[in-house]
Each structure stands twice: as structure tokens, then as C-alpha cells.
Design a protein around this ligand. Structure first.
Ligand code: H2U
Ligand code: ZN
Length: 349
């Protein structure tokens, strides 16, 4: 069977990174929608908001005052989900009640002093400073002997649970590999042993030769709607060179990462001419002092919107109980993103 036959027929696709399946039902896109409509995300923010806890010079919870920062700014989360000081303890009862304490550090990283800034509207030079911040944080946290994993992620937009429109990310460093990283690391390792090659290097080569799911690329990175995407406009950002973590990126590659992030998020915003919500994050080599040559630096973007600014994809019913399902094919999502302008709609108006 070839992909063209598959495109017309309900089918399932395999995600080699998570070893899970997704159902693709291309014929369902025409069904009527009488369900929940999300409010259109608000685009117009002021450059400074006196009520924002991330703007320079403003007070945060607990009364700490932010410095008058001019580019990026990192602080320990005032409502931290993890603590660095917990003592080790374990519960194991009858192979059924299993728990252990978890040490960690949670930080918040502001991308810009401007409250109204967003990655697609920042310059490549400004985004580069954000990347330098991520490199520093990976080093600073990863070097702690008990920190074995550093997760950088951004929740953008209220729809994705961001508590504040001020451009920011979170950084969680902890002792145990989180579920997704642990699964992906195991898959990359298994593939490397079987093929004596890297899963993501091989996948990227295949995608670049097919040109069916590529959204954009530059000399160091490419973005694809993965063959196994679950979210309608989900993308995978992959480094062209086999490297495991952000500190391995050379100077030019750091600028190229800034460029590709701007290219992708500009297309996202242009899709429905809104500040496009998503959760994104980087998967990097664990910081457990092992070489992890199998790891390949990449980022996942998971946007929730489906057909317009107000229709959201829900993961409920069959997806909660069975398998995630999608309507538009990854190929058509990639084609839609690919043909959008690389100039932000707000700069065109
Ligand atoms: P999100 O928008 O992704 O939720 O990130 C914002 C974080 O900022 C959130 O985790 C923290 C919240 O705990 N926060 C502070 O650290 N200090 C504050 O004064 C308010 C919010
Ligand atoms: Zn702000």
C-alpha cells in the first residue's frame, strides 16, 4: 500500500519515538461543529503592565521585586512544584503502592522585558539571547550532582494554561527522567543499537527527500509535521547535526535555532491571524554524566487549535480510553503551514 491510498482511508500510524499509535480519519474533517468555541486569543497587550508579575520592577508573590532587566531574566518559581531539599524516601507495597520522593528545582525564564513581545515578533538577535539563557540554565542546573534531567518548556496562550501573556518559559530540573523523555531516550537507544544509526537523523533524511511534511528549514534545523502527529498542527523541530543538547550548538547554530523558531511561530500566528497557542519544549540529553550518544536534540510543538481560532481539539473519549485520533492528515497540515507567509501578519497590516 502506498501513502496516497492511506490518505483516503482511516488508518493508524506508529510513533517510533513514543512507541504509540495514532488513528488518522481523513474523511471526518467535514463533520459539523456545535461544540465548545474558545474565545479568540487577545492580541493587544501593553508594552508594560503594572499588574504583571513578570514585568521589570514589578512585585511577585511573596513581595520580591523584579530587577529592571533589559533582555532575559530567570528566577526560582515562587510556587515551585518541586523542592531541592527533600530527603530520599520510598514506598513499595505489594507491587501496587509504589512511590518515592522527588528532588527538583523549578524556574521561570522571561524572554523579554516587553510585556507585549512574543517569539514570532522578537528579532532573531533577541531570541538568540533567550537561547543563551537556556544554555546557561542547562549547564547551571545540569551540573548539580542530583539533577539528571532539565526540561525547558513554554506554555503560550491562556488556552494552553499560560498564566500570563508576558513571554516566558518554565525550566524544571529534577532527579528522575520524566515519562516522555524516558520513553524517547529508550526508543532512540534501541534504534541506535539495531541500525547503528540515529532514529532522528534517519527520519529527517527521509522527510527531506520526500518533502511531504516539511514546514520550513534553514542550514541547521528543519521543522516537520511528524508522520505520527497527534495534534492537528503538531510539529517536530530537529537539528540537522547529530547533537544531544543545547550547549553542543555552535554559535551559528544558536542563531539558526532562533531563526527557525521565529519562522515556525510566525507561520503558526499567520494560520488563523492570532497569537497561536501551544505548549512546546525541548528534549535534550539527560544530565546524568552518561554520554547518551543516542540522544538527538529536538523540540516538540503541541498546538491545540483545529480548524479556526476558536475550535480546539479535545483529547477525550476514545482518545482517553483508547488511542488518540486526528482528522486532517499530517500531510495536509504541513502543506497549510508551508504555504503561509514567513512575514508576521501584524507586520503586514
Ligand atoms: P505559566 O504561565 O506557564 O504557568 O508559568 C508562570 C509561572 O510563574 C507559574 O508556574 C509562577 C507560577 O507558579 N509565578 C511565580 O513564580 N511568581 C508569581 O508571582 C506569580 C506566578
Ligand atoms: Zn509583563
Amino acid at each position: 500500500m502506498d501513502l496516497h491510498q492511506l490518505k483516503e482511508t482511516p488508518h493508524r500510524r506508529f510513533n517510533p519515538l513514543t512507541q504509540e499509535w495514532v488513528l488518522v480519519s481523513p474523511h471526518r474533517t467535514l463533520r459539523p461543529w456545535q461544540g465548545k468555541l474558545e474565545p479568540r486569543p487577545i492580541d493587544n497587550q501593553p508594552p508594560y503592565d503594572p499588574a504583571c508579575y513578570l514585568c521589570p520592577r514589578n512585585s511577585r508573590a511573596g513581595g520580591v521585586v523584579n530587577p529592571d532587566y533589559v533582555s532575559t531574566f530567570v528566577f526560582d518559581n515562587d510556587y515551585t512544584a518541586l523542592l531541592p531539599t527533600v530527603e530520599e524516601a520510598k514506598l513499595e507495597e505489594a507491587d501496587l503502592l509504589i512511590a518515592s520522593t522527588e528532588r527538583g528545582i523549578c524556574r521561570v525564564g522571561c524572554f523579554s522585558p516587553r510585556h507585549d513581545s512574543t517569539i514570532p515578533q522578537m528579532t532573531v538577535e533577541e531570541i538568540r539571547l533567550v537561547i543563551d539563557m537556556w544554555v546557561d540554565q542547562y549547564h547551571e542546573l545540569g551540573v548539580l550532582p542530583w539533577v539528571n534531567h532539565v526540561q525547558v518548556f513554554e506554555n503560550r496562550g491562556a488556552m494552553m494554561g499560560a498564566s500570563n501573556p508576558h513571554p516566558h518559559c518554565q525550566i524544571w530540573a529534577n532527579a528522575h527522567l520524566p515519562n516522555q523523555s524516558s520513553r524517547e531516550e529508550a526508543s532512540l537507544d534501541k534504534y541506535a543499537r539495531k541500525h547503528d544509526s540515529c532514529l532522528l537523523c534517519d527520519y529527517l533524511q527521509l522527510e527531506r527527500s520526500r518533502q511531504e511534511r516539511i514546514v520550513c528549514e534553514n542550514s541547521s534545523f528543519a521543522v516537520v509535521v511528524p508522520f505520527w502527529a497527534v495534534w492537528p498542527f503538531e510539529t517536530l523541530l530537529i537539528s540537522k547535526r547529530h547533537l544531544g543538547a543545547m550547549p553542543d550548538l555552535n554559535d551559528a547554530e544558536r542563531n539558526h535555532l532562533a531563526d527557525i523558531m521565529k519562522q515556525l511561530t510566525t507561520r503558526y500566528d499567520n494560520l488563523f491571524e492570532i497569537s497561536f497557542p501551544y505548549s512546546m519544549g525541548f528534549h535534550q540529553r539527560p544530565t546524568d554524566d552518561q554520554p547518551h550518544s543516542e540522544c538527538h536534540f529536538h523540540a516538540h510543538y503541541y498546538p491545540p487549535l483545529l480548524r479556526s481560532a476558536t475550535i480546539q481539539k479535545f483529547m477525550v473519549g476514545y482518545e482517553m480510553l483508547g488511542t488518540p485520533q486526528r482528522d486532517i492528515t499530517p500531510e495536509s497540515a504541513a502543506a497549510q503551514l508551508c504555504r503561509l507567509s514567513a512575514i508576521h501578519y501584524r507586520e503586514r497590516k
